[in-house]
Design a protein around this ligand. Structure first.
Ligand SMILES: C[S@@+](CC[C@H](N)C(=O)[O-])C[C@H]1O[C@@H](n2cnc3c(N)ncnc32)[C@H](O)[C@@H]1O
Length: 269
């Protein structure tokens, strides 16, 4: 059987991209090649793709990896993926909302690599769902809205540094890799996109699970009023003496504090 290039999928063009599923299909062969190179799929790896859509990334990744699990919510697209993969490799199609899928279960003891051009309307919940399975995941390569990647990777003191930056940088390394313009997609999204590599930190370098709720409360409160001093923003949650006990100047502002400072503050709750 002839192998299909990403530009020659046999999907009837009658599939009308569904806005509610965030469907923007990649069609730029050069961009697809660069994303696959950045992922570097190999045969011995367990790879899961979220939202394969019409298979633009699926097929070139499958050519390298020979085996792939894909999770697709759209029940019109899911059944066609198996047919597309025929002659290229083995594909397991899960027709479900990724937020309901136990990724750790899919890993079956092997470090999981997760990839996907994510639906932008739920990209942050998907990211945090993956991070709940951080112990099972080796790395993630996601296409996201560029503005979201900027917030994920922002250093303390920058304009875009906020809750998302802190919560992510506490548990993983974030590497922006590649800009992607709207014209690379069909239909083009209204925003610029960027591919990012997210690598979970080893468990001992991540905050202890019993601190997660406290960290979340402190970070929400601090960035809820980011222009105020942390003493004012944290108010009754944490008196100034406790903030000082965490080794933090109560007059500093949320955006000046590095992610680790929030772990210290949470420890005082
Ligand atoms: C931006 S499109 C990417 C499609 C394809 N990977 C590409 O690059 O051309 C996002 C894909 O995610 C699927 N999707 C949306 N919400 C989903 C969910 N909750 N779980 C799994 N897949 C989802 C959409 O149906 C769509 O196929």
């Amino acid at each position: 059987m002839a192998k299909l290039s990403p530009m020659q999928t046999d999907f009837p063009r009658t599939h009308i991209p569904r806005k509610r599923f965030g469907q923007h299909f990649l069609h730029d062969a050069g961009i697809i090649r660069r994303i696959v190179q950045a992922i570097g799929p190999r045969e011995d790896q367990a790879i899961v793709e979220i939202g394969p859509g019409e298979g633009a990334l699926t097929l070139p990744v499958l050519r390298e990896a020979r085996h792939l699990t894909v999770i697709e919510l759209d029940r019109d697209l899911a059944p066609r993926l198996a047919a597309l993969a025929e002659g290229i490799g083995r594909i397991e199609v899960i027709n479900a909302d990724v937020l309901t899928v136990d990724l750790t279960g899919l890993a079956a003891g092997r470090p999981l690599r997760v990839i996907g051009n994510l639906p932008y309307n739920i990209s942050t919940p998907i990211l945090f769902h993956c991070l709940e399975h951080a112990d099972a995941i080796a790395d993630m390569h996601f296409m996201l809205q560029k503005e979201v990647v900027e917030r994920m990777a922002a250093p303390p003191g920058s304009k875009t540094y906020g809750r998302l930056s802190v919560m992510l940088q506490l548990v993983c390394q974030v590497e922006p890799l590649l800009d992607v313009p709207p014209g690379a997609f069909r239909p083009p999204p209204k925003v610029d996109s960027q591919v990012v590599r997210v690598t979970p930190l080893p468990a001992p370098e991540r905050p202890a699970p019993d601190l997660h709720t406290a960290i979340d409360r402190v970070v929400r409160a601090a960035f809820g009023q980011r222009r105020k001093t942390v003493a004012n923003a944290l108010g009754t949650l944490l008196p100034a003496a406790r903030i000082e006990a965490a080794g933090i100047d109560p007059r500093s502002r949320a955006e000046q504090l590095p992610p680790g400072a929030y772990v210290a503050l949470a420890g005082q709750l």
